[in-house]
Write a protein that binds this ligand. Sequence first.
Ligand code: UDP
Ligand code: MG
Length: 321
Amino acid sequence: MYPIYTSVIIPCYNEQQVIEESYLRLTKVMQANFQRYELIFINDGSKDNTLPILSGLAKKDANLKILSFSRNFGHQPAVSAGLAQCSGELAIIIDADLQDPPELIPAMVALQIKEACNVVYAVRQSRQGETVFKKITAKLFYRTINYLSEVPLPLDTGDFRLIDRKVIDAFNRLPERNKYIRGLITWVGFKQVPISYERSERFAGETKYSLGKMLRFARTSLLYFSNKPLRIASSLGVVAVLIGLILTLWVFYVKIFKPNELVHGWSSILIIVIFFGGVQMLTIGILGEYLSSIFNEIKGRPEFIIDDVVNLTPDSSTKLD
Ligand code: UDP
Ligand code: MG
């Protein structure tokens, strides 16, 4: 039995099929291992019965707390809201669909105490019940972002992790609005230790990460964690100028020494126009991506809007001001 006050943060979007089971399994683990704990469920604008089910459970259990958003803001804002509101000395971020086993939590805490570390992040050994497409894109994504990022990010790691109060406070002070949470937690530093686990199948229901959401997620992580695309754009410019220079010299050479050979087909011109046009569009596109991120940040809108809270008093320090 650990005397440490522990918060569990569970983002949920349309999880009516799993939410009760998730609550029961978490409660079993937490009651058996912790003297004091809180389960913070963040209802991310669910359109199904997630909220009524949670509210029903919260009437009988004061350890169950609910933050309910005014609409679907996304998984990352939901985790952010949980971290802003939790009051434990430790916090555990976990998915609602039981892909991350709650039974790993005591092992994470034991490791945190043994290693005297600030973060224990769970690394997926295997992924069950996920499509080949998801597995391939995830593998590719983590390797690309790790290559591009200025901070080395651990591979095959989701948001399932334990973080201590120092890290929670450091995270809550970060002013950016679009947060790539697993990257930022690595970025804040402190002592971080991995623990490996088998990622199980979703308990029920479908993934709530549509292709659009996955792309948006990849985009934020890439733009916020790397300037390399900008550097790649300028390198492309340098290469294009060099090619242009060589071609110009060649044209002069032919003009002066072999004037009869100058008439060439239109295909070479077409290729050059398309190539340089493509390079320009690409670099402008990359610039545009960064510009739109800057625009989103300076608008200064809150990351999320809370509609309702249960068993919690909203903390005035959250980013709702
Ligand atoms: N989720 C959320 N808001 C969203 C999408 C997902 O709060 O807009 C939650 C979801 O309920 C789950 C977690 O984020 O607890 C991970 O989502 P999911 O399991 O669907 O993603 P996958 O495991 O398929 O990547
Ligand atoms: Mg899942």
